[in-house]
Design a protein around this ligand. Structure first.
Ligand SMILES: NC(=O)c1ccc[n+]([C@@H]2O[C@H](COP(=O)([O-])OP(=O)(O)OC[C@H]3O[C@@H](n4cnc5c(N)ncnc54)[C@H](O)[C@@H]3O)[C@@H](O)[C@H]2O)c1
Length: 268
């Protein structure tokens, strides 16, 4: 049975970047209705119009995902107006690209709120209906920064490590309770959407948004537990586990140049 055909999906941060591309690809693959949540109202409405002009059913709601009251009330509105959400893609995220010492308390709260806590609050609104109907799929967009530490993104790294741990634990709970609800944890390397403008990577290739999105949606269709990209990211947990820390730092930090990748970060 198709994981997408005739289903309803909600994508947070669906107004731009990979969120927008995932929405379009799901619709092209036969999704019934796409629901977009985003903070950027102008961008969200133009994405909605663009997709509607292509003949698709799209609804958008302005939500700041770190505002839990707004998440709760808008989730209830979606349930009333759209019906049960079959596919939830927790995708909205931000990066504060600076050294930890330069982070304000607000930077820390925003990063953890949007990139980490929000995913749990949003999921807890939509999961009960999925469990009750023994169907549904939660896709959590973390990052390769959820598997490996990196300078100039410490709080981002903290937020993404937390997503990886929570998402995979949720999957275990869904399996043990035999709910049939699927959970996919996505950990991509840098993707050229603009979010990480200025980063450089000489050896590991920066992923093209279209390629990233194709892999994520394929992972969804195949009920994959993890979607990591590019391929080398699959080896990170093994290398981290078997190499002494100093050797890991030399190979990943120096040889692959990862620890200097954020030196010229500009972002959006
Ligand atoms: N771009 C990369 O290199 C990269 C790499 C690994 C993981 N990721 C992750 O992929 C996801 C999408 O990244 P992207 O590159 O498409 O970014 P993007 O900046 O293009 O899109 C993010 C979207 O989230 C929305 N958003 C931001 N804060 C929000 C809030 N508080 N409430 C609601 N919406 C909000 C933005 O308006 C935007 O539409 C993020 O979670 C990011 O951490 C990105």
């Amino acid at each position: 049975m198709s994981q997408i055909l005739g289903k309803k999906a909600l994508i947070t941060g669906g107004a731009s970047g990979i969120g927008k591309l995932m929405g379009r690809l799901l619709l092209q693959k036969g999704l019934d209705t796409l629901v977009i949540w985003d903070l950027n109202e102008a961008l969200m409405l133009s994405t909605e119009e663009e997709l509607k002009a292509e003949g698709f059913k799209v609804r958008s709601y302005k939500v700041n995902v770190m505002d839990t009251q707004s998440v709760i009330s808008t989730a209830r509105l979606v349930n009333e107006e759209i019906g049960m959400i079959d596919i939830l893609i927790n995708n909205a995220g931000i990066i504060v690209g600076k050294y930890f010492l330069d982070h304000t308390h607000e930077d820390i709260d925003r990063t953890m709120g949007i990139n980490s806590s929000a995913l749990m609050h949003i999921t807890s609104e939509f999961l009960p209906a999925m469990v009750a109907s023994k169907t549904g799929h939660i896709v959590n967009i973390a990052s390769a920064a959820g598997l490996v530490s990196n300078p100039k993104m410490s709080v981002y790294v903290a937020s993404k490590f937390s997503v990886v741990g929570w998402s995979d634990s949720l999957l275990l709970e869904m399996k043990i309770a035999q709910t049939n609800v699927q959970v996919t944890t996505v950990t991509p390397f840098y993707i050229s959407t603009g979010m990480f403008d200025g980063v450089k990577s000489s050896i590991v290739p920066i992923v093209k948004p279209e390629v990233a999105v194709r892999k994520i949606i394929k992972g969804l269709e195949n009920n994959r537990r993890y979607v990591r990209m590019p391929g080398i990211v699959n080896w990170v947990p093994l290398f981290k586990g078997i190499l002494p820390a100093f050797l890991f730092d030399i190979i990943v930090g120096q040889w692959l140049g990862m620890y200097r990748s954020m030196d010229d970060f500009k972002g959006r």
